[in-house]
Design a protein around this ligand. Structure first.
Ligand code: BGC
Length: 414
C-alpha cells in the first residue's frame, strides 16, 4: 500500500524551510535575551560560575559523568600547555531501579562505583581528592560546587532529588561509603564539560553542544561566564500534530519540546508515529528505537534486505520492498527535520555572540545522534551553509567524543 499523496503531505509538513529557520533564530534570540534578564522564557540560560579554561591547568584529577544509562568514572592527568596525559576510565551501567527508584539508592550506587574504580586503579581511598562532576540535567547552580536539580529529563525520575543540591546528595553517599576525603569540587552540565574539554586545546572553541539521548548547548556570555542554555526546552518552533501527541504521552508533557523533535530519546518515536500513518497495514511495536531509524537510513542493501531483517527482529514478520522504501523515507523526513532544527539552534547561539559572523568559531559536539546517525552531521553542516553562505567556513563543527568526563576533570583543576 503506497500512498504517494500522504507521503508528499508528510514531507511538506516536516520540512523546515529557510525562512522558517530565520524566524527560529529571531525567536531563539528573543528567548535567550528574556532568559538572561530573568524574565519568563523557555530558555533557562543558567549561570554556571565557570569560564573557559586557560589551557595551563595541571595535575591529576578524578571526574564523574552522569547523564544517561551509563555512569563513567575517570582519572586524568593534565600537563598544562593545552596537553593532557594518561587517563583511565571505567563505565558502569545504571539499572532501572537507579533511574526510577529512590534518589538515595542512585547516589549510593554512584559512590560505590567510585570506590570500585579507586580500588581497581590502586588509588588510596583514604586520601583527599577533588572531583569534577558532570551531571547532565537542568540544575540551578548556586556556586561552582553546588546546584539544585530543577527537574529530571530523559525519563529519569529517581525520587527525592528534584529541588535538592545534587552535590550534597553525592557527598553524603561518599561519606556513607567511607570516602570522606573524596569531595566534589566542581559541578557542570555535559555541554559545559564538552566546551571545556575542547577549548582546553582549541581557544577558538566557544560553543558546546550535546546531540544524544537529550540535547542542549552552552556558550560564554559577554562577561565570559559560560551560560547553560538548556535549549531542549525551546518551544517557539512549529509543531506538527505528531509532536503534540508524542508530547502528551510523554513523562513530561509541555516540557523539552525541542528535545522531543531532535534528540535520540524521541527520534524513533516520531518515526514510528509517522510510519503508522504512511503504512497503516503494518503493526509497529510500541518502542521503535532511534537506532533502528539510523540503521534503516544507512541501509543500501538490495531490496532493503537489511531493513527487512531488522523489522523481523522487532516482530514485523512480513514487509515488501515498497513498505521498506516508505519506512526509510519516514526516517529521512524525521531526521532531516531534526538536523535542520539543530543547525538553526547552533546558528542562533553563534550569531548571539557574533552577529556578523566575523570570527572563527569551533563548535564542540558530542552525543550518539551526531556521532552515529549516518547523515545527521552532514545535514547540519549543509544547513549552516544554507543559512550563512560562504561565511559558514568560519564555523568548525568538531565531534568531541567522551568529553563530558574529561571536561569535568579540567573544571576540577581550574
Ligand atoms: C538536559 C540537559 C543536558 C542534555 C544533554 C537534557 O535533557 O536537560 O541538561 O545537557 O539533556 O545531555
Amino acid at each position: 500500500m503506497y500512498d504517494k499523496s500522504t507521503l508528499k503531505k508528510s514531507e511538506k509538513l516536516f520540512y523546515v524551510s529557510l525562512p522558517e529557520i530565520r524566524k527560529f533564530v529571531r525567536d531563539f534570540h528573543q528567548e535567550m535575551w528574556k532568559g538572561l534578564c530573568g524574565k519568563k522564557s523557555s530558555l533557562k540560560m543558567i549561570h554556571t560560575y565557570l569560564r573557559k579554561p586557560t589551557g595551563s591547568e595541571k595535575g591529576r584529577f578524578l571526574a564523574l559523568d552522569l547523564g544517561g544509562t551509563h555512569f563513567r568514572v575517570m582519572s586524568l592527568e593534565l600537563k598544562g600547555k593545552r596537553k593532557t596525559g594518561a587517563s583511565s576510565v571505567k563505565t558502569f551501567v545504571l539499572g532501572k531501579k537507579h533511574i526510577t527508584g529512590k534518589g538515595k539508592e542512585l547516589f549510593d550506587f554512584i559512590a560505590g562505583c567510585i570506590k570500585i574504580f579507586m580500588k581497581e586503579y590502586k588509588l588510596d581511598t583514604g586520601a583527599e581528592y577533588s572531583v569534577g562532576f558532570t551531571f547532565s540535567f537542568p540544575v540551578k547552580k548556586k556556586g561552582i560546587a553546588s546546584g539544585v536539580l530543577l527537574r529530571w529529563t530523559k525519563d529519569f525520575s529517581a525520587s527525592g532529588v528534584e529541588g535538592k543540591d545534587v552535590v550534597e546528595l553525592l557527598n553524603a553517599s561518599l561519606e556513607r561509603k567511607g570516602l570522606s576525603g573524596t569531595k566534589i569540587t566542581a559541578l557542570a552540565n555535559d555541554t559545559v564539560s564538552t566546551l571545556t574539554a575542547r577549548s582546553y586545546e582549541d581557544p577558538d572553541c566557544d560553543v558546546g553542544v550535546i546531540l544524544g539521548t537529550g540535547t542542549n548547548a552552552c556558550y560564554p556570555e559577554k562577561d565570559r561566564e559560560i551560560v547553560n542554555i538548556e535549549w531542549g526546552n525551546f518551544n517557539k518552533q512549529r509543531l506538527t500534530h505528531y509532536d503534540r501527541k508524542l508530547d502528551k504521552c510523554s513523562g513530561n508533557p509541555g516540557e523539552q519540546l525541542f528535545e522531543k523533535m531532535v534528540s535520540g530519546m524521541y527520534l524513533g518515536e516520531v518515526v514510528r508515529r509517522l510510519a503508522k500513518d504512511l503504512l497503516p497495514g503494518i503493526n509497529f511495536p510500541k518502542y521503535f528505537k532511534s537506532e533502528y531509524a539510523s540503521a534503516i537510513e544507512s541501509d543500501t542493501s538490495k531490496g532493503l534486505r537489511k531493513t527487512g531483517s531488522l523489522l523481523k527482529k522487532i516482530g514485523i514478520k512480513s514487509s515488501d520492498y515498497a513498505d521498506r522504501k516508505l519506512l526509510k523515507k519516514a526516517c529521512v523526513i524525521v531526521s532531516t527535520r531534526a538536523s535542520r532544527l539543530a543547525a538553526a539552534a547552533i546558528a542562533s547561539v553563534i550569531t548571539k555572540m557574533d552577529p556578523r559572523l566575523g570570527r572563527r568559531h569551533t563548535v564542540a559536539i558530542d552525543g550518539s545522534v551526531y556521532e552515529k546517525h549516518p547523515r545527521f552531521s552532514c545535514r547540519v553542516k549543509n544547513t549552516l551553509k544554507e543559512i550563512f553562505g560562504g561565511k559558514a567556513r568560519h564555523i568548525k563543527l568538531v565531534l568531541t567524543k567522551s568529553a563530558s568526563a574529561k571536561g569535568a576533570a579540567i573544571i576540577a583543576a581550574a
